[in-house]
Ligand binder design. Sequence first.
Ligand code: GLN
Ligand code: ZN
Length: 769
Amino acid sequence: MTAKPAAAAARATVYGYPRQGQHRELKRAVEGYWKGRVTADALRETARDLRRSNWQQLADAGIHEVPTGDFSYYDHVLDTSVMVGAVPERHRAAVEDDALDGYFAMARGTQDVAPLEMTKWFDTNYHYLVPELGPDTVFATDSAKQVGEVREALALGHTPRPVLVGPVTYLLLAKPAPGVAADFDPLTLLDRLLPVYAEVLADLRAAGAEWAQLDEPALVQDRTPADLNATERAYRVLGTLTDRPKLLVASYFDQLGEALPVLAKAPVDGLALDFTEAAAGNLDALAAVGGLPGKRLVAGVVNGRNIWINDYEKSLATLGTLLGLADRVDVAASCSLLHVPLDATAERDIDPQVLRWLAFARQKTAEIATLARGLAHGTHAIAAELAANRADLASRAGSAITHDPAVRARTAAVTDADGRRCAPYGERTAAQRAHLGLPLLPTTTIGSFPQTAELRTARADLRAGRLDTAGYEERIANEIRAVLAFQEEAGIDVLVHGEPERNDMVQYFAEQLTGYLATQHGWVQSYGTRYVRPPVLAGDISRPEPMTVRWTRYAQSLTDRPVKGMLTGPVTMLAWSFVRDDQPLGDTARQVALALRDEVGDLEAAGTSVIQVDEPALRETLPLRAAGRPAYLAWATEAFRLTTGGVQDRTQIHTHMCYAEFGDIVQAIDDLDADVISLEAARSHMQVARELAEHGYPREAGPGVYDIHSPRVPSAEEAASLLRKGLGAIPAERLWVNPDCGLKTRGWPETRASLKNLVTAARTVRGEL
Ligand code: GLN
Ligand code: ZN
């Protein structure tokens, strides 16, 4: 196939680049600054170096217009709060005292003041700091960071395009400040906010920016008519300013939907849209509004949030179609490259054949530049790249790694019955009660016990060869003995082994499953200076041997009380990994589910009567638009049922989820057909228990009575009063007593004291029944 040469030469660009540097220099500098080992000047110097090297990498790869302002010491939404002067009252003194320390105080809190709340950036694993606004918020312009980066890039000879969080998204992501009525709508501040954006834009133009990008990803969610009106007004006001750079309004992660006609009509100079599969509707919708005559279109055809190579022919076909719809078409990644690791060539342990299928940020910029060249000059100009791309895609499609006949045959043979327990929930409970012999209000924990420094050192020593496997396992066994002894002493009813052998709840299983890849340097920012290395679901998934049976069986051998087996569920395994893009997510989930199903079966055969399958990610990967949710929940619940559906009636299946807002997925949680669910509830005073009850949730539940996010020890009376609240919503026959979540981040002293109080509370309340 051939693409017609574009009228004006297509240009290549990106909206953002990984901030951390090749060796996570930014993390070291920022944390060093916090500890007083790195001066403010040295930190600024490191940041400048990183920006310089990022822009150079982009320019060398053939990116014409480089993003500025996307760099951040901590978070770009926090930077936006600083830019518009939205500093909460409690942080004002710190910010006035020292801007940098004040910034970090907002991000992390200090001894005396709480930080801003942190939450997930749309459906990614990046977390931003939530702006706190109220009717008294007074905005004030601080364009120094944005302007400074434009000047830096210009001085280095680049063409900068400053990237800002757009005003509508900024307000939609905000929440009422503490003390402000919960129904306060931050969007009512739009008219006060726009003059600040106008000043920033004027400053950017004065600094030499030809274009500025305003990111409005919130517009890809279901929006109310009021939101759309606000969008229309915002871009009418900003678009009709006389002193401004050209405006590019960017959206990503899903299709624009109702917001597309609004933005297409707005007096702005260009739109950037996601054209990957996640936003498939954008193409038709753009044609339906008659394209963008007179405007620039930036086409996000390279997936900015996954790590697979692009399909050039497919992208060129999309770009070719788009040429007819706008004045000028440029090529980009679908979103900021912040969400992918930096450089695949740093991976030494990945099979070279598989490495050719992977594109991290560096490789993606090269892809974008190649596509822009192909679009501008015709496919003959990129003939060699096209041939190589075709070969790499063919190697992936034809590989035994991505197509394991045994796995394929097994997933094809799955039937509805595999996901169905023998008896329905109501009839299983009696068998489980008889088998387990638990008291009313049984006590348990969520799985992990404190991951002590000794455990982490042992793991590091094992990796470095300072400790042999036997020595390491000895330490794990000792830890399990200590965890079991404590739980018996405390009087907990359903025990756990404490998960001391697990580095991470996804990675531990990924390392043992065939078809999963680990990276050595694939760091992605999760929040602030915390980076994670998500494993890669690269091929068909199978389980060569049992993964958890040995330690669970060992723990059970130490006690007469039931020990709960602990697994990470299929949805969470997908949510916290890079997923395959060559088959539907549901197919990948089903493969993972079948591997876990075997583990469940082996645990049961080894004498485990209670098995918990954690799904903390079920709620968080809910599609951004309601229309996508039924299909997601269908495959997600099917995968869970396939994992757990093969056990006998008397075996009790637990699940666990964190986070508080469950109202909209109670039906899906019920559809999991688990016997018991534990949830986070302590901080919301059992709100979750009431929500479950309101939606008629019929099963056993353990709303957490101990907030594990802080070292604070709840008193027995406090836990008892939460339990009584729980009893107001869930009858005693169905109420469990447990903490909010795992205890791995806690220390032993507070864990001991808190769990003893929790058991006391359960006994007290049992006595009142
Ligand atoms: N079983 C896990 C633990 O206790 C669950 C963690 C989670 O919900 N995030 O650590
Ligand atoms: Zn949890």
